[in-house]
Write a protein that binds this ligand. Structure first.
Ligand SMILES: [Zn+2]
Length: 349
């Protein structure tokens, strides 16, 4: 019987743990104990991220320790028909307990790698941002950073935080390996944001892999337990060091953190009833996107108007019609930050 097993998973899943809460601290102690049971060589950086290294490797494995939303507490999850569910009106927290489970499985199996357990991903990648900013030199030895923090069961993420994070060559090779092990993965360019987005200027291939949860950040979040086990076992057999490296890490500079902060908390999510209010974003532009998601188009019009010279805004106000914009137009603007283009599309001719 292995130490990293279903009962450890259930115990970890019992903690709802936004960063900075007592339950997060309790969870970090639980995780530290698990790592010590598996290996003695743990390091904790100044932000509180946990590191563990074994063997010779150029692979960084990443999962985050916090859960989404503001709810904290300890409660056992439900297991129904092979799926874990929340027992109450709060998120399950498989995001990203499932990623941690995969990393622990790899450690127990002796797979060479550096293992990074980050804090504060759900607060905008705070732990990963700390690492990129303060420990960047240490990251340069890696050829690939693999997060296990993606919904669904088939994604090898090639784009996130508004740009490319991994090459197709890499994503296809990893998908092929996983598929040879009985899974069904493919490159996916629709990633939103996770910790590895912070490393794209330092590490060539930065991806995120589906771990089998869906509807994360909501009370309807579920986790396919059979899938998670299959993935963890397959991950043990993947030849990580043989994956090709094709992306140049210098090719892209984006404000991953700012975008991520708004993205992870606010964009593309359902707003479940247990959220009293939508969290505050950092600036008017972010507010406009949030409002758009919630069905209020007014703030977007103001953002577009603000792209015009101040003295002309009143004159052009009647000509700007945000109802002309499609969801795709707005999504494009989110990624490109090209409001002039958006303005042109909203112009009534
Ligand atoms: Zn996550």
């Amino acid at each position: 019987m292995t130490y990293v097993n279903q009962s450890l998973y259930e115990e970890m899943l019992s903690y709802l743990r936004p960063m900075g809460t007592g339950y997060e601290i309790a969870f970090l102690l639980l995780l530290q104990r698990a790592l010590l049971t598996l290996d003695q060589d743990i390091e904790v950086d100044e932000f509180g991220n946990l590191w563990m290294e074994q063997g010779e490797s150029q692979t960084l494995f990443v999962a985050h320790t916090d859960t989404a939303g503001s709810s904290e507490g300890y409660r056992k999850p439900l297991l129904e028909g092979g799926f874990y569910k929340s027992p109450d009106k709060r998120p399950l927290g498989a995001d990203d307990t499932s990623g941690i489970y995969v990393l622990l499985t790899l450690i127990e199996a002796g797979v060479p790698g550096t293992y990074l357990f980050t804090r504060g991903e759900e607060s905008g990648g705070l732990g990963a941002e700390f690492v990129a900013r303060n420990l960047g030199d240490a990251l340069k030895k890696f050829k690939r950073a693999i997060a296990f923090d993606r919904r669904g069961s088939s994604s090898v993420i090639t784009h996130q935080a508004g740009g490319r994070c991994a090459s197709d060559t890499f994503a296809e090779a990893l998908s092929n390996q996983l598929n040879d092990l009985g899974l069904l993965y493919m490159p996916d360019n629709t990633g939103i944001y996770t910790d590895t987005a912070e490393f794209t200027e330092l590490i060539p291939e930065c991806t995120n892999i589906s771990v089998g949860y869906v509807k994360e950040h909501s009370c309807e979040e579920t986790q396919d337990w059979g899938f998670l086990q299959a993935l963890a076992q397959a991950a043990v057999r993947v030849q990580w060091e043989e994956l090709p490296t094709a992306r140049n890490p210098g090719e892209r500079k984006v404000h991953a953190t700012l975008r991520g902060k708004v993205h992870t908390t606010l964009r593309g999510k359902e707003y479940p009833a247990w959220w009293d209010e939508v969290p505050q974003a950092e600036d008017d532009v972010a507010q406009a996107f949030i409002a758009w998601d919630l069905g209020d188009r007014g703030p977007m019009k103001e953002v577009l108007l603000s792209a015009l010279p101040e003295g002309e805004r009143g004159m052009y106000r009647p000509l700007i019609d945000v109802d002309l914009l499609t969801q795709d137009d707005v999504d494009d603007a989110w990624y490109t930050e090209d409001f002039e283009d958006l303005l042109t599309k909203a112009w009534r001719h």
